[in-house]
Design a binder for this molecule. Structure first.
Ligand code: GLU
Length: 284
């Protein structure tokens, strides 16, 4: 086999919290097409840190669905649940440079302080009230080995504009402290947040382009801050437009009728499914 000389490294990062639907399939297909067009490498990261919604049978199902669709990736797959020592080491670096602080406030405290309902998606969180933030020069309590003493948040550079040029959607920008605040990097149940695990992985796996759904654009600003704090280069980002159902509502895992399993049971072929993507959303 010809060895790839391309430096492109992409990843598929499904979460095993439900069955993949047509929207996931389109995003993953775009990711695979872009890696293929660049002659690069594609990895598969299993985002299995969500202990509450995680199910082992969903891991098997998502791999089977992706293979059925014809997608291939470099083995072995990378499971986040097996990488806790890596995340802990990265947390220790942010702790050593004073870029995180311990947080004992509850979600309710935060919502009460901002006095407004929060409308962000599952990977978004309300702007952390500045009055809850300890002074920058306050000494940090030590990190315990298991990371279970506190929740830890990243201290964002208030007022800084963060910008990146999205390969699909063009220029994007957000202001730290206004559009998003000090965000969770580590929960006291001993598990990193999605933002943190994702940034550490993208750095560690030397990902050069992240292809994912446009619902994660706000997360990208947080991850750019984390990558910078960890001294890692930022990848290119390609946020694929989200797929809507017939009523104009974004597809979610509850849309069982549009899950790849159901479509397959009803006789759809991978080619039919992919043909829809190539017309509706060229990856270029
Ligand atoms: N596992 C995440 C999700 O399904 C995607 C994370 C990413 O691509 O960065 O929302």
């Amino acid at each position: 086999m010809k060895k790839s000389v391309s430096t492109y490294r992409g990843r598929l990062a499904p979460s095993p919290t439900g069955h993949l639907h047509l929207g996931h399939a389109r995003t993953f297909w775009v990711a695979a097409e872009r890696a293929r067009a660049a002659g690069g490498t594609l990895l598969l990261r299993n985002d299995d840190l969500d202990a509450i919604r995680f199910r082992l049978d969903f891991v098997a199902a998502m791999l089977e669905d992706l293979r059925w669709l014809g997608l291939t990736w470099e083995e072995p797959i990378i499971s986040q649940s097996e990488r806790l020592p890596l995340y802990r080491a990265a947390l220790a670096r942010l702790h050593a440079t004073g870029q995180i602080f311990p947080c004992t406030r509850t979600r309710r405290d935060v919502l009460d302080a901002i006095g407004a309902p929060h409308e962000g998606g599952e990977n978004d969180e309300p702007v952390y009230p500045p009055q809850f933030r300890p002074p920058a020069d306050a000494p940090l309590p030590p990190l315990d080995d298991a990371g279970r003493a506190f929740n830890w948040r990243f201290r964002v550079p208030d007022g800084e504009t963060l910008a990146f040029d999205d390969a699909a959607l063009g220029p994007q920008s957000a202001i730290a402290g206004r559009d998003f605040g000090d965000f969770l990097v580590w929960r006291k149940d001993g598990v990193p947040s999605y933002q943190f695990a994702c940034a550490v992985d993208d750095a560690d796996l030397r990902i050069t382009e992240v292809v994912r759904g446009a619902d994660l654009i706000k997360s990208t600003f947080r991850q750019l801050l984390l990558l910078r704090a960890l001294g890692a280069p930022a990848p290119v980002y390609y946020h694929a437009p989200l797929m809507l159902d017939a009523a104009g509502v974004r597809l979610a895992k509850r849309h069982d009728a549009l899950s790849l399993r159901t479509l397959r049971e009803r006789g759809a072929t991978p080619l039919e499914i992919i043909a829809q993507f190539s017309f509706s959303n060229p990856p270029g």
